[in-house]
Design a protein around this ligand. Structure first.
Ligand SMILES: Nc1ncnc2c1ncn2[C@@H]1O[C@H](COP(=O)(O)OP(=O)(O)OP(=O)(O)O)[C@@H](O)[C@H]1O
Length: 497
């Protein structure tokens, strides 16, 4: 078989007229795309529009109902390499070992030739400008470097003649400060003539790296063209296809006037040193900070996932320092993790997931009344605008973003006092994001509960929080509210040191 498609030397892989349905859901409708050498092709669309279905067809996980991928036979699939959100790296192994696991080991006299293995791994790293030693443990690298290793590993499996690299939301888990490193790598890969399919919800990145952009809506391609012919605003309109509601107004009252709900004093953990923090009733407080600032540790300490070494945490009048997570949930704390897969239970329906707010309830679910379950599911589906065929649909059949909405929605309908939200809208499309935060705002205000939001996306914090605290080196280094809440102010505070 020839290395390139006959009619266009630049097309590495071509898809034509792909259709895929799951029951009554038409996940892809007549989708055609050309993946061209040295071009970054961004694929955009709201949650559930069909992006992952397309990726799964490209990988051979799903067969299309009709349509064609060429070169035909296995030719196309051998030319496509994937980097999924879950990078599939083993943190305790070195970079060289991880690359060996995926690409094979060099054997000499019946044993692995480590010297050669390291040399080859280091060459691959150097070729792509990844400033890391092949001997380093993957777990000790920053998130952007881990992603780059996964990209290098994927590229290593492509044929010499070139292929297509599929990047599925490559920056979703990266702190803003690391996104640039990854985008630089994307540019380097592109410069070598690899075709890239770049799937994301982040339009900034599309404008920065993509040469062409396609937008899927309800499975159909509603736009395809060079990035230079479209702006961000038009893309949002194409993705969402309706007006986006503006963010709900933040609290007018200064933080001091609000009845206290959570009071943290002098809290210390492994990195955390003497943190003071208040969350008032009816207030949404954001926590900003770079990786290693202590942001996530603060969340873990409050939710009892880690023991405090000093200091106190009070929920209204109760001292909750170092209580077990179980006890804290009973007292009204809710923690929505950023990892959507740990927020929902596969094998159970949307309805069942809507009434489960913790593992304890999962174990005693024999007593759950279906009617109650159905009502809960209807409420979650309606308030979070979940795209699902029915409440009985298994949760794993929903798109990733819609699973995340169920994970969040089930907590919002519970009697909670304090919501701890870790990257709550990661993987959620730009249209649904505002709706979800407005729902959170509604719940927080009407029930007079509090919310603590950890997010690496400063725009999200600035748009939706009443107050933002900035952390650095395990300490609170700034607190902002009212007119001070601008992207520039918070950005400056986060990067100051
Ligand atoms: N195995 C399946 N069974 C039934 N329905 C499915 C299955 N996989 C996907 N779907 C449905 O197909 C549609 C497209 O889903 P897909 O996962 O491709 O969306 P997506 O664009 O990747 O969304 P997200 O941005 O949330 O990840 C959705 O309505 C989804 O519920």
């Amino acid at each position: 078989m020839s290395d390139v498609l006959d009619d266009d030397q630049q097309v590495r892989v071509r898809i034509r007229g792909l259709n895929k349905s799951f029951g009554a859901t038409r996940a892809l409708k007549d989708v055609s795309i050309d993946f061209r050498a040295g071009r970054v092709h961004a694929l955009l669309g709201a949650n559930g529009c069909g992006k992952s279905t397309l990726v799964k067809i490209l990988s051979g996980y799903h067969e299309p109902d009709s349509g064609e991928i060429s070169p035909t036979g296995h030719g196309a699939r051998e030319r496509i390499a994937f980097v999924h959100q879950d990078l599939g790296l083993v943190p305790s192994l070195s970079v060289a070992e991880n690359l060996g696991l995926a690409c094979g080991f060099t054997i000499r006299r019946g044993a692995i030739n480590w010297r050669e293995q390291h040399r080859r791994a280091q060459k691959l790293l150097d070729d792509y400008g990844i400033a890391t030693l092949a001997s380093e443990a993957v777990g000790s690298l920053g998130p952007a470097h881990q992603s780059m290793i996964a990209i290098a590993r994927a590229l290593n499996s492509l044929p010499e003649s070139g292929g297509v690299l599929v990047l599925d939301e490559p920056t979703a888990r990266l702190p803003v400060s690391e996104v640039d490193h990854l985008l630089q790598m994307v540019r380097r890969v592109k410069a070598r003539g690899v075709a890239i399919l770049y799937i994301t919800h982040r339009l900034e990145e599309v404008m920065q790296v993509a040469d062409e952009v396609s937008v899927l809506r309800d499975g159909a391609m509603v736009f395809h063209g060079p990035t230079s012919t479209i702006d961000k605003e038009k893309l949002v309109g194409l993705i969402v296809n309706k007006a986006i509601r503006p963010p709900a107004a933040r609290l007018a009252t200064a933080a001091r006037g609000i009845e206290p709900l959570l009071t943290v004093r002098g809290l210390s953990g492994i990195r955390l040193r003497g943190v003071d923090l208040n969350v008032g009733r009816g207030e949404i407080v954001g926590v900003a900070g770079l990786v290693g600032s202590g942001r996530s540790e603060l969340g873990r300490l409050i939710f009892g996932l880690q023991k405090a070494r000093a200091g106190s945490i009070r929920l209204r009048h109760a001292d909750i320092t170092n209580l077990s997570t179980r006890a804290l949930v009973d007292m009204g704390l809710a923690y929505v993790p950023q990892e959507r897969r740990s927020g929902v239970f596969h094998g159970l329906s949307v309805a069942e997931n809507s009434v489960l707010a913790d593992f304890g309830q999962l174990m005693s679910r024999i007593g759950i009344v279906p009617a109650r379950e159905r009502r809960a599911a209807d409420e979650v589906v309606r308030s979070m605008k979940v795209k699902t065929e029915s409440a009985g649909t298994p949760i794993e059949n929903l798109s990733g973003g819609n699973q995340q909405k169920v994970s969040l929605g089930k907590w919002l309908r519970r009697e909670v006092q304090l919501l701890i939200l870790d990257e709550p809208t990661q993987g959620i499309d730009i249209g649904a994001r505002t709706e979800i935060f407005n729902t959170i705002r509604g719940v927080v205000e009407t029930r007079k509960i509090g919310a603590l939001v950890f997010d690496s996306d400063l725009d999200i914090l600035v748009d939706f929080c009443d107050r933002i605290i900035v952390m650095c080196d395990g300490q609170v280094v700034g607190e902002y509210h009212g007119a001070e809440l601008t992207h520039e102010t918070i950005n400056r505070a986060v990067y100051k040191r």
